[in-house]
Design a protein around this ligand. Structure first.
Ligand SMILES: [Zn+2]
Length: 294
């Protein structure tokens, strides 16, 4: 069965497209969402197949993607989250270790060469959201987008700076965040920072301490880029399911519930960082739960 592809959205003069680095099978649900059960997942198959979960006849696995959103306004070209990146040492993950993809050429094929990007916004500083912030040039990590301002929430940056000093992490802070700061391209901002009156941040802590969502409005329409507040549409149905990677699982669940309540039965698009296929959806009530409608 063909999964319906993503199609670019238009918000007045603002175009929202996405550039995919990878797409396919997601973590086994019991591992990723410790609170999940096969029965509760099956109860949502009616609206999740085939975009977000394959039919059982095809193995039934959850699906996810790693991609960046590309926002083009009349004045700016903006990237939201920059995937895993090439050439990065990620020994904890065979799929992400020393990756070689054509993501940058794919972005250029969309009309976005690196020099053209005005802003890079990271919803948070996990490894799969900062990778293309930098690229390897003569053995050094340099900002991939030489003219861009990179927008990092200060609370997020401070958290990982501290973690790096004490825990070492997976290396992504050192190779994909610090070189941007050292090159003078980063702006460490408050969690309500606005680029203009059509694009602004809001705090959504829990998955990470300084996680932000990004609001967009234009042409009488609106969207919320929810980053990893939600990893899979299952969490629209079950906002209480925090992932094993959430820093604060209780706060993460509370943030999700707040977002679901706010978006439910409105026309605001939810644009998450890892929903696969036709991922731009709107939240609708389904009994005493919720679902995403594309
Ligand atoms: Zn992620």
């Amino acid at each position: 069965m063909q999964v319906k592809p993503y199609t670019a959205l238009q918000f007045g003069e603002i175009n929202v497209d996405r550039c995919v680095e990878s797409e396919g099978d997601f973590f086994p649900p019991a591992k990723f969402f410790p609170m999940s059960t096969p029965e509760r997942i099956d109860a949502e198959r009616d609206w999740m197949e085939p975009h977000y979960i394959l039919p059982k006849s095809q193995g039934g696995r959850l699906q996810a993607g790693v991609f960046a959103y590309v926002i083009r306004t009349a004045r700016h070209t903006i990237l939201v989250d920059t995937c895993v990146g090439n050439d990065k040492t990620r020994s904890f993950s065979p799929a992400w270790h020393m990756k070689q993809t054509a993501w940058l050429s794919d972005l250029a094929a969309m009309g976005v060469v690196p020099e053209k990007v005005d802003y890079v916004m990271c919803t948070h500083l996990h490894v799969d959201h900062v990778g293309w912030n930098t690229r390897l040039e003569n053995g050094r990590w340099v900002p991939t987008f030489p003219n861009a301002r990179y927008i990092f929430a200060r609370t997020e940056y401070d958290h990982w700076m501290q973690e790096q000093e004490f825990a070492g992490l997976d290396g992504c802070f050192a190779d994909s965040v610090l070189p941007v700061v050292e090159a003078g391209r980063a702006d460490l901002v408050k969690t309500d920072f606005a680029i203009d009156d059509s694009i602004w941040l809001e705090p959504s802590p829990g998955h990470t301490p300084g996680h932000i969502c990004i609001n967009l409005k234009g042409g009488g329409k609106s969207a919320l880029f929810t980053g990893d507040s939600f990893h899979h549409p299952l969490q629209v149905a079950y906002p209480e399911w925090s992932s094993q990677f959430c820093t604060d699982k209780v706060q993460s669940a509370a943030t999700r519930r707040k977002i679901v309540d706010r978006l439910c039965d409105t026309d605001t698009y939810m644009l998450a960082a890892h929903f696969s296929g036709a991922n731009a959806g709107r939240v609708r009530r389904k009994g005493d739960r919720w679902k995403l409608v594309v």
